[in-house]
Design a binder for this molecule. Structure first.
Ligand code: FAS
Ligand code: PHB
Length: 390
């Protein structure tokens, strides 16, 4: 087989890249290691920047999102002993946010790929990129015991944090920067009506988050120690701890019910540079991970794909400028989101080794945020997502 672009990974980054390239007449194939059912079983992100909404709409997969998604003006921050503070992105950044689950986006992308006859090969084993520094790179993989080869002009590494793409870049070329946090998030999905707005809670017992997927599907998280075991958290214990971290007027409005999904995600900040090696381009979690505090992970995957698809389409129209600039341009946005997510994680979480000074300084910063329109404007423009570079 020969295609112009071979894509490793059928998560949101790989599927969205495939969809945008196909609509622009750039033929491609997606090689996904897992089954479609497995990919769709993952419960992950839930909040989209308006720039991401516009990318999805222009890719032709906005119809269900616009019908079922929840447009909202920002996110609340509740912290013990004080009133609620609102990250009002519509007022201070001129843009709303969209609550629409990553699972739905992936379903919509699979449906769009099927409708266009896009080629997504799932359960592809041992996907391996070859000849990345030559003129004729190719992918090999195994399916049903047969080894296959796909010749391509370019390869997109959209295979997530544990994928193969990053590992084929020589250590002499690849530079990684990582920060691990001493806690994770224990997340629950329940078929219950969510709070009206998405609220982060900062509390002496730890961080908590109340979010949503639709009017009868709620998503909640509590900060938990890294060695937390799911089996130690039956539903009633989770609900009691979640409510204990919200101010009473909000806690009393949380509708509890049986969890239909429960999982623990560790928090890390990770950036791999450069995001290009010869004919290989990294996009999404293959190149970076941010703590979910700022709701940036999925949005960064979408912005990488916006930049990479624009660059590849321009190449086939005779202009290589964007390809040459892809890595630097994507990394400027990645580092902006990584810094913002790190800052908000420090502000809202309790650290095991924090001192009284740390605590008082954070309380003072939250008070400053609540008082200063300038501080709120800065927070909102970052939370809403900065404009894409031309
Ligand atoms: P993905 O990891 O989603 O997709 C990569 C795909 O590549 C997978 O389907 C995988 O099976 C496949 N793959 C891997 N290795 C392969 C190989 N060798 N060959 C072929 N295919 C291969 N972000 C937020 O904004 N908010 C959140 O609340 C949030 N919660 C998260 C919770 C968890 C547990 C995790 C892990 C991430 C969370 N994220 C969140 C971040 C998440 O949404 C990612 O940013 C998003 O999935 C990135 O999409 P992709 O880059 O496509 O990577
Ligand atoms: C979610 O709805 O899963 C969500 C919302 C906001 C975040 C992280 C996750 O910052």
């Amino acid at each position: 087989m020969r295609v112009q672009v071979g894509i490793i990974g059928g998560g949101p980054a790989g599927l969205l890249l495939s969809q945008i390239l196909h609509r622009a007449g750039v033929d491609n194939v997606v090689l996904e290691a897992r089954s479609r059912a497995y990919v769709l079983s993952r419960i992950r992100a839930g909040v989209l920047e308006w720039g991401s909404v516009e990318v999805l709409r222009s890719a032709g997969i906005g119809e269900r999102m616009d019908r079922e998604g929840h447009v909202h003006d920002g996110t609340g921050i509740a912290w013990s002993g004080r009133g609620r503070f609102f990250i009002d992105t519509r007022k201070y950044a001129g843009k709303p946010m969209m609550a629409y689950g990553q699972t739905n986006i992936t379903e919509d992308l699979f449906a769009a790929r099927d409708a266009m006859g896009g080629l997504v090969i799932d359960e592809a084993e041992d996907v391996t990129p070859h000849e990345l520094n030559g003129e004729r790179p190719y992918l090999s993989y195994r399916k049903h015991g047969e080894t296959q080869r796909i010749d391509c002009d370019f390869i997109a590494g959209c295979d997530g944090f544990h994928g193969v793409s990053r590992s084929v870049i020589p250590a002499s070329v690849l530079h990684t920067v990582e920060k691990l946090y001493p806690f994770g998030w224990l997340g629950v999905l329940s078929e219950t009506p969510p709070l009206e707005e998405i609220v982060y809670a900062r509390h002496a017992r730890g961080f908590a988050l109340a979010s949503q997927r639709n009017p009868m599907l709620s998503r909640y998280y509590i900060q938990c120690p890294l060695d937390t075991q799911i089996e130690d958290w039956p539903d009633d214990k989770f609900w009691a701890e979640l409510k204990a971290r919200f101010p009473p007027e909000l806690a009393d409005r949380i509708v509890t019910g049986p969890s239909i999904e429960k999982s623990i995600a560790p928090l890390r900040s990770f950036v791999a540079e450069p995001m290009r090696y010869g004919r290989l381009f990294l996009a999404g979690d293959a190149a970076h991970i941010v703590p979910p505090t700022g709701a940036k992970g999925l949005n960064l995957a979408i912005s990488d794909v916006f930049y990479l698809s624009r660059a590849l389409i321009a190449h086939y129209r005779g202009n290589d400028g964007y390809l040459e600039r892809y890595s630097d341009m994507a990394l400027r946005r990645v580092w902006g989101a990584a810094r913002f997510s790190w800052w908000l994680t420090l502000l809202l979480h309790r650290f095991p080794d924090q001192t009284e000074f740390d605590e008082r300084a954070r309380e003072s910063e939250l008070d400053y945020l609540a008082r200063s329109e300038h501080a709120q404007r800065s927070l909102c423009e970052q939370y809403a997502g900065l404009p894409f570079e031309d």
